[in-house]
Design a binder for this molecule. Structure first.
Ligand code: 5GP
Ligand code: ZN
Length: 115
C-alpha cells in the first residue's frame, strides 16, 4: 500500500501517530477529529495515500463509495442519531489543510457550525 512518509494521515494510518480510532478495515480508517467542530466529528480516510479529491478519478470510485457508505453507520454508533453533515475540503481554495483525502462526518445535537 502506498504511503507518503511525510503525510500526517499516512502516519496515523500506519500507527506511527496515535488517534482515537472508531473503525478500521482493510482499506479505511476512521478516527475522531482532534479539534471537533461538532459533538460528533469523525474523519474517514483511505489507508492508501490519495492527496485530495482532486487527485481521484474513476478508479477511486469504489473507495469513495465505501467512505460515504460508512458515514451513516458510524454517525449512528457515535450518537449522531438526528442527522449529520459530510464534507470533503479539497485543495487550497477548498480549505484543505491536511493533504490526504478525508471525509468529515459531523453531527450531534445542534447548535454547531462547521468552522
Ligand atoms: P481539512 O481542513 O484538511 O479538511 O481538515 C483537517 C482536519 O484534521 C481538521 O479538522 C483538524 O482538526 C484535523 N486534524 C489535524 N491534525 C490532526 C491530528 O493529528 N489528529 C486528528 N485526529 N485530527 C487532526
Ligand atoms: Zn497520506
Amino acid at each position: 500500500m502506498s504511503h507518503d512518509p511525510n503525510c500526517l494521515f499516512c502516519k496515523i494510518a500506519t500507527g506511527q501517530i496515535p488517534s482515537a480510532k472508531v473503525h478500521e478495515d482493510d482499506e479505511l480508517l476512521v478516527f475522531k477529529d482532534i479539534h471537533p467542530a461538532a459533538p460528533v466529528h469523525l474523519l474517514v480516510i483511505p489507508k492508501v495515500h490519495v492527496a485530495s479529491l482532486a487527485d481521484a478519478d474513476d478508479s477511486h470510485a469504489p473507495l469513495l463509495g465505501r467512505m460515504l457508505a460508512l458515514a451513516p453507520k458510524l454517525a449512528r454508533e457515535q450518537g449522531a442519531n438526528n442527522g449529520f453533515r459530510v464534507v470533503i475540503n479539497t485543495g487550497h481554495d477548498g480549505g484543505q489543510e491536511v493533504h490526504h483525502l478525508h471525509l468529515h462526518v459531523m453531527g450531534g445535537p445542534r447548535p454547531w457550525k462547521h468552522g
